[in-house]
Design a protein. Sequence first.
Length: 64
Amino acid sequence: MVPKGAVDEKGNQINSERSIVREVQSLKLLSHEHIVKVMDVIDVVDATYIVMERIDGPELTGQS
């Protein structure tokens, strides 16, 4: 989930719609066993949800 309209401490907009679209387009073009596939993109008023395939194993944050 990528919230829309988020700003950093300097007041600059984070996660602009253009950067989200570019990221999703790039991910859709990639096909490799070590890269998670994008299954769907759901755009709502206050956020963009990027639905990706489920991968078993630990979370990337290092927490289980």
